[in-house]
Structures are given as C-alpha cells and as structure tokens.
Write a protein that binds this ligand. Sequence first.
Ligand code: GUN
Length: 282
Amino acid sequence: MTARLIDGKAFAAALRDRVATAAAAFTQAAGRQPGLAVVLVGEDPASSVYVRSKGKATLAAGMASFEHRLPADTTQETLVALVDRLNADPAVDGILVQLPLPRHIDERAVIARVDPDKDVDGFHPLNAGRLATGLDALVPCTPLGCLMLLRDVHPHLAGLEAVVIGRSNIVGKPMAALLLQESCTVTTVHSRTRDVMAHVRMADIVVAAVGIPGFVQPEWIKPGATVIDVGINRVEGGLVGDVDPRVAEVAGAITPVPGGVGPMTIAVLLRNTVVAASRRAG
Ligand code: GUN
C-alpha cells in the first residue's frame, strides 16, 4: 500500500482564496485593508526568506503589509518600543515578530508585549491559555494548518488516538491542545519519553514536529495511520521532513515535504490576520 499524499499546497491556495474574499469584504465595510506587520531582527537567511514570502502573500490577499527589518544588535528597548507602536497603530491588525530572536533579546518578554488581540502567531500566554481552556483564541498558524488538513482526511476526529512528537510552544503544545479539543485521545512524546515507538505504534494520527531529519521510522507506524510531517530540515541535497520517506509505504495518508504543512502556515497567518481585523472592528 502507498499512502495518499495530502496536498497542502492546493489546500493552502484554496484557503488563501477564501481569505482574499474575506479581506475584500472587510475593506469594503471598514474603508481600509486588514494590515499585517512583520518584524525581523537580524539577517538569518531562512527567516529573511520567510518574511519576504509573508509580505508577498499578504499583498496578494489584498491586505496591507508593514515590514520592519531591524539590525541584529537592536536592543530589547528598541524592539519593545516598536511593538508598542504597532500595538497602538490602528492600521495594524496583526503583529508577527519572527523567531528566533538574537540571543541577547528576551523572547518571552517580547511575545508577552504584543497586544493579544493582534497576536496572529497565537504565542501570547493569554492566547495559549485561551486555547488550553477552550476559549476563543488566536491559534498558532502551523498547528492550526495541520488540524485543517487532518479534518479534511478525518471528518470525525473524535475518539481517534493522536500522538504528537515534540513539545515546542510553537507547534507541539498547541497541536496537542487542538487535538484534545477535537476529542482525540492525545499523547505527547518528546526527548525524555522512554519508548517513543510504543506510543506511535498505537496512533491513528501522528504529528511529527521534532526537527530531526527522517526521525519517524516505518516500523513505528500503524498501517493506514495518517502522518503529518511538520519538519522542514535543510540537509545536503535539499529540504527533508521529520518522517522517513519509507513511512509512505505503511501510512494511509501523509503530507509530503515540501508541499504539505509548509504552505499552510502562511495561509493560516493571513486567515488569522483577517480574523483579528474583524474582531477588532466588531
Ligand atoms: N519561526 C518559525 N516559525 C515561526 C512562526 O510560526 N512564527 C514566528 N513568528 N516565527 C517563526
């Protein structure tokens, strides 16, 4: 058996179209476009590429893009002052501070400074708490994109066994919270888990977000399971996921890398920006 490939690229393109329609309706009603501000500190090449694609996608969806590129030696005070300005700017509905930040900057303090109603990354502790307690929240883009793909494969997620590999604040933790909200039975495995395979073997759904190339092995996978590969690892010869490609011979459905989860992240970011704009206007 070979797994069905989940076409994240096509799904993301359809989502971007729906977002563009919603953005046009907002513009018509509010007399201004939804606006997304993206802040990049330093010149990390990968981050630079992401920020450029976010700006392009924002404009393509009919929204206003505000890009702030600051030098690597920017102080905490300068960065916080910029966040304060963006919080107060009525033309800005969404604020994204690209991570990772340079080491001398207190990342948590910066994240906590963003107005929770403009926190389109969903990283603010208030949004994390809202998600964990089932309140209306802005939800981190990558896990929400994974959930959208999973809902497409499994219209009924309730009761399914889900294993999330990785416990980061950006993907693993919010992914587990989302799957729990969908009434899955959720297990998070991580670097200190004693027997990762024993857990993964039982899963109907596996979400891999560890950042280790080819980590998930075919013999771990229950035949027919759905596998979501969040990994984008740069290796010699290109980009590879966290899932060994041979997993496709066992799984029922799988996201490719590239073209799976990756394109969903920006599409959901645009969606979160329109949601934030509508909530702020309403
Ligand atoms: N760095 C890697 N992924 C992300 C993300 O989703 N948001 C931000 N702000 N930075 C990132």
